[in-house]
Design a binder for this molecule. Sequence first.
Ligand SMILES: Cc1cc2nc3c(=O)[nH]c(=O)nc-3n(C[C@H](O)[C@H](O)[C@H](O)COP(=O)(O)OP(=O)(O)OC[C@H]3O[C@@H](n4cnc5c(N)ncnc54)[C@H](O)[C@@H]3O)c2cc1C
Length: 471
Amino acid sequence: MTNSTHAPIHVIGGGLAGSEAAFQIAEAGIPVVLHEMRPERRTDAHGTDKLAELVCSNSFRSDDHTQNAVGLLHEEMRRAGSLIMASADRNQVPAGGALAVDREGFAEAVTAAIEAHPLITVDRREVAGLPPSDWQSVIVATGPLTSPALAEAVRGLTGAESLAFFDAIAPIVHFDSIDMSKAWFQSRYDKTGPGGTGADYINCPMNRDEYEAFIDALIAGEKTTFKEWESTPYFDGCLPIEVMAERGRETLRHGPMKPVGLTNPNDPTVKAHAIVQLRQDNALGTLYNMVGFQTKLKYAEQVRVFRMIPGLEGAEFARLGGLHRNTYLDSPRLLDGALRLKADPRLRFAGQITGCEGYVESAAIGLLAGRFAAAERHGEAPLLPPPTTAFGALLGHITGGHLSVEGEGPRSFQPMNVNFGLFPPIEVPREPGKRLRGPEKAAAKKRALTGRALADADVWLGRAPARDAAE
Ligand SMILES: Cc1cc2nc3c(=O)[nH]c(=O)nc-3n(C[C@H](O)[C@H](O)[C@H](O)COP(=O)(O)OP(=O)(O)OC[C@H]3O[C@@H](n4cnc5c(N)ncnc54)[C@H](O)[C@@H]3O)c2cc1C
């Protein structure tokens, strides 16, 4: 199947996202040139010349599409004809409920499928600057370790503040796991600011003993170390919280945990010794980030230490904090709903550089970018996935759903894995005579979310007729 009437679409980066994007475009009958710089030029994490190399773990995480958001994304990708998922399924190794793969077999399968495709040409060279102007449609999928020459060129186009080289991530908590009998909504000094209400933050109060115990736990907590090539990226007011605590026991009380301008309505006569603030993270209001709590504590330590905070004893984390080398865009500001750069729409971005995180999420965004670019080449408008699907929820995080906050501290848009907090809420269907509680209720809610997602994904993919709006 060749189609000489179309000029090729150029995909830069043959990782998880770029390989999937190239495959989707070629399957839509459009020629692709996939530009991959390895082995001519290496990154600090990749070790082979294979496409879709997994740089660390060999796990695609949970494969449970009824109870887990990434398992749901697997299933939607399978239904959308994903090369990455087909190659993973063919190279699966035993891993309980997770989908883990033989990494060499997996990368070999993706490489072979790409190289054998009659509409794909692989060009093993670095794209060391902005793509030439005669490349009319380009997908940039160069990942967290984008080569410096291309990163600098993108930065020149988008502005210095728009391309980050490290993520400084504060933990993000599911709103419905916060104990609002201890915490309360209020902005410092009830300030409304642009678009605020005066009650935009969730506040968690600490007395002196709680604060001292918390500082001890932060200092004693086990930390992760930077990789040799990452160097210590402490800048821009994004010091890890435990480093601030080490600099002085009062530092946090004068920084992100300052207790001023806030009154606890549950206990109005008592002045809190310190206050942890959480800020709404997505437009749906289902996720809140812990302001100023970027950290290098190990994940298990974060859960243990942050659950010491009054109101967060039962906190469920949509993502935990971290600091890594990671090249990524301020996508909600820079990209349109179909992943095109607003400043130069011939460029589309995909994969981790857009601000998703993880092998599966990166490949999923590659799949969408490929389908969107192919649709455009066919003269059609890109068909966006519904926000109720895992595809749509992830795309929404990247291009639309995030609430941006200007001001001091690290940039507020941070990379994220797919999680149920990104989906529009759903009512759990009631069974007559049965009242669900606790884990049973949570499981029923996930079943309802995933059932809705797959039904809507099938309609989007043309596998099922549209549901009647009245249904
Ligand atoms: C050290 C490290 C460990 C990680 N561990 C995990 C993990 O365990 N699990 C997980 O789910 N995720 C992990 N990630 C995240 C992981 O990188 C992404 O999930 C995923 O690989 C991103 O896919 P991608 O296609 O966006 O980028 P990549 O898979 O990195 O692909 C980008 C490709 O672009 C190429 N490239 C870069 N610049 C250019 C250029 N100018 N011209 C041509 N080619 C170029 C690169 O060589 C690379 O092949 C890790 C990331 C890092 C950095």
